[in-house]
Ligand binder design. Sequence first.
Ligand SMILES: O=C(O)CCC(=O)CC(=O)O
Length: 255
Amino acid sequence: MAVVPLHYRFDGPRHAPVVLLLAPPGAKWTVWEPQMPELTRELRVLRVNHRGHGSSPAPGGGYSMDELGADLLALVDEFALERVSVVGAGLGGMLATWLAATRPGRVRRLAYVASTARVPRASPWPQLAARARREGMAAVVDEATRCWFTPGFGDYRPDVVKRLAEEFAGVAAAGFAGWCTAIAGLDQRLLLSRVRAPALVVAAAHDPLLPPGHGRRLARGIPGARLETVPAAAHLAGIERADRVNELLTEHLVR
Ligand SMILES: O=C(O)CCC(=O)CC(=O)O
């Protein structure tokens, strides 16, 4: 299994505890920009771009969770980070679960934003990935990103919506599609009881991709997990309701 050297960056105080932020597939580390001012006050934030995203190489073929997780472990090993907190958004949260369940000793605290333990049966992602391979990312950008925000947010911050859509279109189709192979039909419910880290599950009240039931089931499966539902937000709740998501993440990760 060949490890891919991921494009990464650190921000925040050099000797503070590290938190690793995992974006959803199709998004780059910039998706966490609204969290940065808050989180870097007391944490050292490590952001990565997944395979094929940003400057991270995109090997051809499908990827597996084990491969994506090995990329992350190689990075945290390179910096001798014995334990890190991990936050995953969307399906990026499934990679956070993989880490927390298979390497419980390496994860200090765990948090999710609009995530799940099980990819929906009717997930459009496998078809989007196949189309992206054939026709390129630009062909699927509208369908993939239309559930990211509530319609009101698009009217209020069209610049943000446009920037993220452009970034999505700039992701390597091989990277996006490879990632989608890793999550196709993925069901991690049996992994959840192996998580030892204190966990916070943030669901978004108006998320059409992963409605709050996903968050409820995720929280129910992880021993002692806390569930919070953020109102007035769709899938990218960390952007749309950065105020509340930041409050919850800071409380969970710092205090
Ligand atoms: O597979 C689904 O239907 C959910 C897709 C999703 O959550 C994508 C993401 O990680 O943002």
